[in-house]
Design a protein around this ligand. Sequence first.
Ligand SMILES: Cc1cc2nc3c(=O)[nH]c(=O)nc-3n(C[C@H](O)[C@H](O)[C@H](O)COP(=O)(O)OP(=O)(O)OC[C@H]3O[C@@H](n4cnc5c(N)ncnc54)[C@H](O)[C@@H]3O)c2cc1C
Length: 282
Amino acid sequence: MAYKGRKAVDPHVVLAEVVNAKRITPNMVRVTLGGEEFARFTPTGYDQWFRLFLPRAGQDMLRLPTRASGLWYAEYLATPKPRRPWVRNYTVRSARPDLNEIDVDFVLHASPADPAADDAHGSGPGAGFAEAADRGMRVGVLDQGVTYNPRHAHDWTLLVADESGLPAVAGICESLPKDARGVAVVEVPTAGDRQEFRTPSGVELRWVVRSDADPHAVPGQAALTALRGLDLAGYGPEVYAFAIGESALATGARRHLVGERGVPKTHVDFVGYWRHGRSSPG
Ligand SMILES: Cc1cc2nc3c(=O)[nH]c(=O)nc-3n(C[C@H](O)[C@H](O)[C@H](O)COP(=O)(O)OP(=O)(O)OC[C@H]3O[C@@H](n4cnc5c(N)ncnc54)[C@H](O)[C@@H]3O)c2cc1C
């Protein structure tokens, strides 16, 4: 499928350092990345995402791909596995370009590692990194652009996400024009995981707290149920919908909107951020 997002401004891997790390809610750690070299990173707002390169246990140095754009992956695959860094996908939650800093919010998930993976990593290298993140730790960041990208005139915006998509929803809400209208449905594990962020006054934020129904349910299913029960009338005829998070949420939201609500396929973008029971490749 052709990429429908907006491409990265400068798709080169840049070196970043951990400047700060703090637990902001029960299941989320905010890591601030910065450093001198990070001045080359250009924040663009919305749900800008990036590849995060992390050292594997026992690696004394971080070997980062040097090639731009899509070519980095061939270079990565050509590197013998023990020398490759881990690669995971994350979102720029907020940026302070004057300080060359970005904040990245990591979900601390306790899912068992994929039994097929070659490394036992408990909650996964991404979440594990956030849990242990400390000042001065070095990582690589490769800008991948923005996925939220309406390509038609629309009256309102519909956002649907689990907690992995919360940073993207917050970034989008903080980037939308002040007169934007719509609704954002965001599932979080507990009531304490709700966050405050700037939202246009016409955009309603609806939190779905998983622990209220079934704390052990697969993330995203409660958001999908909430979407099915949502009254979409009254917002306007043309919607741009954006669904992100666990794969079944992203595909289920799109199927529901297109199949049962009659939303044109072209008006729905969806991205499976992760898959229940499977590690990210890389
Ligand atoms: C464009 C994009 C942007 C993203 N932005 C963010 C972001 O800003 N913050 C963020 O936290 N995530 C974000 N994600 C999701 C993140 O990349 C995945 O959750 C990733 O799998 C985390 O890597 P890991 O090493 O922690 O776990 P992995 O090694 O990939 O997986 C280990 C195990 O944990 C499970 N797992 C993975 N993620 C979760 C989760 N969130 N909840 C419960 N179980 C999980 C897997 O199914 C597997 O069983 C984004 C993904 C994409 C594609």
